[in-house]
Design a binder for this molecule. Structure first.
Ligand code: PA5
Length: 445
């Protein structure tokens, strides 16, 4: 189970000011439970972990096995909420060098549809030329240009390389039940498909097939992931007292910090495997809260790496930031610092110590230095990088995000702001139906 410590924010905000959020948090929890708040048609994630059935997981596992049996590489095609959750979990749980190893226990998972980089897509299609590959095409709307474009390339290559029959077996669609081009293609081609429920938005969809299928293909235990999330659903439930509810405390503390002028939250890890958990978190909070000219800016750093780049700014730059550290209590492997007869690097004082002990002291030293430098600090401790902990962490952040968005007074479940660039892009590309916009935008150039 995760634990949250906010003690190191108290030099900047008071304990009482956080406790004062109890009534607002209660109201937010009730609005979520009763579906009376903004965006109440997108609350399907709230009790998702506890409602996932064994049959559903078995169906996902069976499909994952088909891909595992028939593919060396599986491409997850999706953008935003349609790929970040899967990538966050897979990268947190995978061996960092697995894809370089000759003998692999699971297909290599690669990602596409989240950029329009011609070189990226060219190099991907080149890499796939001699590979038995499959595709999981993920798009809730089924019309996202980036994903559709990548899928068009991958579908053709898969059919050309592997034949239509095999392509049918190794292409899976995860999309809306009825709407969108991805649904039409899946139905016409006879792909196995899974539905993204109408009431679950992209950034809250990691525990739907959007996340669960790729995670299962990568060889991770989706039952344990869901069980970890279900345990957190209970721990953050509406009847859990405010002071014992980590989602409530996190939501209250970040809103109070924001009110006190801390406009930027930096999610910190001391484990490179958590990089994509931060990317997922950035989307969750950025897209949920950044609207109506409000919202904490969610940033992220990987330490120690970024201590040697962003560390200077964090220590001494503008004092509008606070940090939330994800700390992993136990490593999965043991590695000791060796002794060296010559001790030329002067590191013999560390000989015999676990590398993680050094890392933990870097973490503690950094926390103290940054707090001394004027940066409030929250700490989330997870027991280890395993399915249960990660499942719990994801749900914790989702629940806190719902509560936090309601405290802020916004609709945390829509994203009207992402349409503006699309409209311009379609106008510039002369998409049929955008004739007026095309004329108007060209006049501005
Ligand atoms: O959170 C969201 O809703 C977005 O990030 C979407 O997931 C993203 O835009 C992809 O949309 P779609 O799944 O419709 O292709």
């Amino acid at each position: 189970m995760i634990s949250l410590n906010i003690e190191k924010t108290f030099g900047f905000i008071s304990k009482e000011s956080v406790s004062a959020y109890e009534a607002q948090v209660k109201a937010a929890q009730e609005a979520l439970e009763n579906g009376t708040g903004k965006g109440n048609d997108f609350l399907g994630w709230l009790h998702l972990p506890s409602s996932i059935t064994k049959e559903h997981l078995d169906d996902l596992k069976a499909t994952a096995q088909v891909l595992r049996d028939n593919c060396e590489v599986v491409i997850v095609a999706g953008i935003g909420g349609s790929y970040l959750g899967a990538r966050a979990v897979i990268e947190a749980l995978s061996n960092s060098f697995t894809w370089l190893q000759d003998k692999k226990s699971a297909p290599v998972i690669l990602y596409a549809g989240h950029n329009i980089g011609e070189d990226y897509l060219y190099e991907l299609t080149e890499y796939l030329k001699d590979k038995k590959f499959g595709v999981i095409n993920i798009s809730k709307s089924g019309t996202t240009t980036e994903t559709a474009l990548a899928f068009r390339l991958l579908k053709k290559q898969c059919e050309d390389q592997r034949g239509k029959d095999m392509a049918k077996k190794v292409i899976v669609a995860i999309t809306d039940a009825k709407k969108g081009a991805a649904r039409v293609t899946a139905d016409n081609e006879g792909y196995k498909s899974f539905i993204i429920p109408d009431n679950v938005g992209g950034r809250f969809s990691v525990l739907t097939p959007v996340g669960l299928l790729p995670i299962a293909v990568a060889g991770f235990d989706i039952e344990k992931l869901v069980a970890g999330a279900a345990a957190m659903e209970k721990a953050c439930g509406k009847d859990v007292p405010f002071a014992e509810n980590p989602a409530a405390i996190y939501a209250a503390t970040r809103n109070e910090l924001y009110k006190s002028g801390k406009k930027i939250e930096i999610l910190v890890n001391f484990n490179p495997k958590l990089h994509y958990v931060s990317e997922w978190w950035k989307q969750l909070y950025g897209e949920s809260e950044g609207k109506e000219n409000k919202g904490i800016f969610p940033a992220a750093v990987d330490f120690s790496t970024d201590l040697h780049s962003m560390g200077q700014w964090i220590q001494e730059g503008e004092r509008t930031i606070y940090e939330t550290v994800i700390s992993v209590e136990k490593t999965n492997h043991k590695l000791e610092v060796p002794s060296d007869a010559q001790n030329l690097d002067g590191l013999n004082f560390l000989a015999g110590k676990r590398v993680d002990e050094v890392n933990k002291m870097a973490e503690l030293g950094t926390q103290l230095a940054h707090v001394d430098g004027g940066v409030p600090n929250m700490r989330i401790v997870i027991p280890a990088l395993n399915e249960e902990s990660i499942g719990g962490l994801l749900y914790f952040f989702e629940k806190a995000c719902g509560i936090s968005g309601y405290i802020l007074g916004v609709n945390p479940f829509n994203q009207p702001g992402v349409e503006a660039y699309k409209k311009n892009m379609f106008a510039l590309l002369n998409k049929p139906g955008y004739e007026e916009e095309s004329k108007a935008i060209r006049a501005r150039l």
